[in-house]
Design a protein around this ligand. Structure first.
Ligand code: SF4
Ligand code: SF4
Ligand code: FES
Length: 569
């Protein structure tokens, strides 16, 4: 049953809020900002920063326990003598809240002045500058000047908090968000405060330090520049970064993310709110696994292995697709002589076209994806490290269990039955088909982003695009269809794989008319019932849940915080 609604007024605006909602959230419903530092919607309430103070009045009750009415026929409102904190005050029927009264403005100015008394005002060298609540609230709610003329208290400036985070104690406003996150979400009660008053300092408990796969979330939720990520600090000023909504491609959870890039280089990946997937968190292994996008070894152009000295010759795209299509055509009569390995790291659109190419046009029977698994942690990190296993299932390019046909393909190559192999996005030499078997093939076509043993021996190598360089969709472990966007361009003439598969289809006489990713999605929506009626716009930033046959057994359900120690990517 839905929570009963409570009617109140905030800054003169009528608000209907669910019973139990606090005033910060209720004010958001009518576009009113109540500034706050320590409050975080996913953590318990600490009520220590006092920035969220508001003026609260309630209808005055008469002796008959009914609201007293004023001459204007409205209830008489009796305001509390002191201000209250909005984060820990729930909405109540008839409540009247002022967030901008003279009393509130004066109190906020006092809080800001107090918070900045010992603050080092490091903004020019602080990584948080540009996204710092102290800066923002100083401008919006501060006094604009300090009366503090004494020497500031100096605290430690560069203290490691575990292996991934650096703490600047002088900047810490003691809001305890990080302490609460580690205890309540990451399940490690390792952070706390020592000393009193102006000398209060955040520290790790003796002999302990955060070492979970979720530590870097405290950098996101620190409202000031006290906690910085070793990976990102001093790399870029944040106002230069372009932000692109994306999806983490490192497990089947599909955490919603923001990719921050500048001039074609991705500098960081941070979580994006989606209560149906990752709330506002992400794991560190996923967050930090973005550097391959910027890898200088990226494959930048199609190439063919020359017959002479074993060198590779660069090709244009038309040359590459034409030559590969001709070779495949010559083998086409015996579809049994070709096998194909797709990747469940590809988008659903790519998997759909891959299936069309190999199963429908080349009549290949031996097709599968590689299974990538690891430890799941029952919070976010899924045991299935492929981001789009459900997309591969829906597109029909994998078998159950995923990867079960890879050994069959290896055997068929060994027996000389398979003469040609198409591999997309997998270093198959480390996943079931050894190099000596690959060397026996008459035709090995590899589509990938980075060089490896398999691209070294492949007859044709076609460059692909990473998840940050293309549009398309993933379907996560809970059957949620989510959208990727382009953050950076691909290097050289590398391009999204759906274009490569569309070009090969074209060369093989099966032109699907795929000029844009929308064309591919439209064809999918016509052919695959769970996608009927959808298009890329309708998916939206938060994705849509599909009605697929069944949620696979390995789907982790991130419904509640739990101890999440120890899981590694
Ligand atoms: S380090 Fe940041 S999150 Fe932690 S208590 Fe200080 S200001 Fe708050
Ligand atoms: S839990 Fe999975 S999807 Fe989320 S950040 Fe980690 S690896 Fe990425
Ligand atoms: S946000 Fe309410 S006291 Fe800090």
């Amino acid at each position: 049953m839905a929570d009963p609604t409570v009617n109140l007024t905030i800054d003169g605006k009528p608000v209907a809020a669910p019973k139990g909602m606090n005033l910060i959230e209720a004010a958001k419903l009518v576009g009113v900002e109540v500034p706050h530092y320590c409050y975080h919607p996913k953590l318990t309430i600490a009520g220590n920063c006092r920035m969220c103070m508001v003026d609260i009045g309630m209808p005055k009750m008469g002796a008959d326990k009914k609201p007293e009415m004023g001459p204007d026929g409205k209830p008489v409102i009796q305001f509390a003598p002191k201000l209250s904190i909005g984060c820990n005050t729930s909405v109540a029927e008839g409540m009247v809240v002022h967030t901008r009264s003279a009393k509130v403005i004066k109190a906020r100015e006092g809080v800001m002045e107090f918070l900045l008394v010992n603050h080092p005002l490091d903004c020019p060298i602080c990584d948080q500058a540009g996204e710092c609540r102290l800066q923002e609230f100083s401008v919006d709610y501060g006094k604009g000047q300090s009366r503090f003329v004494e020497e500031k208290v100096h605290k430690p400036k560069k203290t490691p908090i575990g292996p991934k985070i650096m703490l600047d104690d002088e900047r810490c406003i003691l809001c305890s968000r990080c302490v609460r996150f580690m205890k309540e979400v990451a399940g490690q009660d390792y952070l706390g405060f020592v000393n009193r008053g102006s000398y209060s300092t955040l520290t790790c408990y003796p002999g302990m330090e955060p070492k979970t796969n979720y530590d870097l979330n405290i950098v996101d939720i620190c409202p000031v520049g006290a906690l910085t990520s070793n990976d990102f600090r001093f790399k870029q000023r944040v106002w230069f970064l372009k932000e692109t909504k994306s999806i983490c491609p490192n497990c089947a959870t599909g955490c919603n993310t923001v990719l921050s890039s500048r001039e074609g280089v991705v500098y960081r990946q941070t979580p994006r709110d989606n209560d149906a997937v990752n709330q506002c968190w992400m794991c560190d292994s996923g967050r930090l696994h973005y550097k391959f996008i910027n890898d200088p070894r990226r494959i930048t152009a199609p190439s063919v292995k020359s017959t002479g000295m074993g060198e590779r010759l660069s090709l244009t795209w038309p040359e590459a697709t034409h030559q590969i299509a001709e070779k495949l055509k010559s083998l086409k009569g015996g579809g049994g002589t070709i096998a194909a390995v797709a990747t469940a790291r590809a988008t659903t659109e790519e998997l759909f076209l891959f299936r069309k190419l190999v199963r429908e046009i080349l009549q290949v029977e031996l097709v599968d994806c590689v299974s990538h698994t690891g430890d799941g942690d029952r919070f976010l990190l899924n045991a299935d490290r492929n981001p789009n296993t459900n997309g591969a299932r829906l597109a029909g390019v994998t078998n159950e269990p995923v990867g079960s046909r890879i050994p069959v393909i290896a055997e068929a190559i060994k027996a000389g039955k398979i003469k040609a192999l198409i591999v997309h996005g997998e270093n198959i030499a480390t996943h079931g088909i050894a190099e000596d078997l690959l060397a026996k093939l008459d035709l090995l076509v590899v589509i990938d982003t980075l060089p490896n043993k398999v691209t070294d021996i492949a007859h044709y190598v076609l460059p692909g695009a990473t998840f940050a360089e293309k549009r398309g969709t993933f379907i996560n472990a809970k059957n949620r269809l989510q959208r990727l966007n382009i953050a950076v361009p691909s290097p050289g003439i590398a391009r999204p794989e759906w274009q490569t598969f569309a070009a090969l289809l074209n060369e093989l006489g099966a032109d699907g008319g795929y000029l844009t990713i929308e064309d591919v999605f439209a064809d999918m929506a016509r052919s695959l019932a769970p996608l009927a009626g959808l298009n890329l716009s309708k998916i939206g930033d938060l994705g849509v849940e599909l009605k697929l046959a069944a949620v696979p057994a390995n789907a982790e359900v991130p419904d509640k915080p739990a101890a999440v120690t120890g899981a590694k990517a």
